[in-house]
Write a protein that binds this ligand. Structure first.
Ligand code: F6P
Length: 330
């Protein structure tokens, strides 16, 4: 009977627990022993694990965060670190390691494969959705909802004061979360890494749009969503430039880690449950060094290296919609 280990690594995402739950249950059905490593790759270095038994899954599907805890682990990136991890996995006689995380976690898994020859399977878990080979990552849908409900609240006060607001949305270097939450919250403008040109051009577009709306409707509120890490001088620089260009009050809001929390929405629970189950179905097969995902409703597999090397474009229909009813085409 197989010995399987699972860990969660990198930024936690709502639905990671739902995925762990599915893995626990699927392993139990197969008669596999399942070890849960704690604190991401740190757990591998410290041989910090527990056996995950089915009792551990009660009330787990709806919990945000990750019961295995997560971490970003610098020492693991060295050869020494990965060798230690490999030795520990071998000591525990692990056949298959399942890594739930984003591209940083998969880079880690690929690095481990240089030193450990067991089976490695990745499952995409990150609010950023910046992983190729799957339409969505676990946590992404919940994060969209969290951003949308936050922007709904910002809009109330923006309307009351007829103010301009800038809302910074996470996503690391990708605009998935910013674009789709901006659309779903009826924001007025969105600044994305994928389309960002240069500051002056972007400022001209925004102020042009504000001016037009003011001529049409008088005083207005205006909500700009900006993806994190896009604006070269940061959020305050953008706010200051808009103040001087529009001669109006501008309030910056950083949503921050609020976006990572909360009970997963059903889409994330479903994706997590399906991918966890699918990963366990591959245990003991020849499939190795891949991430499992879902493309067009069908289970998919992609080599770990391609999850970060392959370009993942923003959803074309979201882009088209955005250009038609939000940012203007120029
Ligand atoms: O990858 C998830 C994420 O929340 C990104 O959106 C963000 O850039 C980053 O993690 C923040 O990392 P940390 O939690 O280490 O500050």
């Amino acid at each position: 009977s197989k010995r399987v280990a699972v860990l969660t690594s990198g930024g936690d995402a709502p639905g990671m627990n739902a995925c762990i739950r599915a893995i626990v249950i699927a392993c139990e059905r197969q008669g596999f022993t399942l070890f849960g490593y704690q604190h991401g790759y740190n757990g591998l270095l410290e041989q910090e694990y527990e056996i995950l038994a089915p009792q551990a899954t009660h009330n787990l599907i709806q919990q945000g965060g990750t019961v295995l805890h997560s971490a970003r682990c610098e020492p693991f990136k060295t050869d020494e670190g990965a060798k230690t991890a490999a030795t520990n996995l071998t000591k525990l006689e692990v056949d298959t390691l399942i890594v739930i995380g984003g591209d940083g976690s998969f880079r880690g898994a690929d690095h481990l494969a240089d030193f450990w020859h067991g089976q490695i399977i990745g499952i995409p878990g990150t609010i950023d959705n910046d992983v190729a080979g799957t339409d969505a990552t676990i946590g992404y849908y919940t994060a969209i909802d969290t951003v949308v409900s936050s922007i709904d609240k910002v809009r109330d006060t923006a309307d009351a004061f007829e103010r301009i607001f800038i809302v910074e949305v996470m996503g690391r270097h990708a605009g998935f979360l910013a674009l789709n939450s901006a659309l779903a919250s009826a924001a007025d403008y969105v600044i994305l890494p994928e389309t960002f040109d240069q500051c002056d051009a972007e400022l001209d577009k925004i102020t042009g749009q504000i001016e037009k709306r003011r001529q049409l409707k008088g005083a207005i509120s205006f909500i700009i969503v900006v993806a994190e890490n896009v604006w070269p001088g940061g959020l305050n620089d953008l706010a200051n430039k808009l103040v001087s260009k529009t001669q109006s009050e501008v309030r910056p809001v950083t949503l921050g880690h609020v976006q990572r929390g909360g009970s997963p929405v059903s889409q994330d629970r479903l994706l997590a449950t399906k991918l966890g189950t699918y990963a366990v179905s591959l245990v003991g097969s020849d499939t190795n060094g891949v991430m499992v995902g879902e493309l067009n409703g069908t289970p998919s597999e992609i080599p770990l290296t391609q999850t970060w090397e392959k370009n993942k474009p923003l959803n074309p229909s979201s882009m088209e919609t955005m250009l038609t009813i939000m940012n203007e085409r120029y």
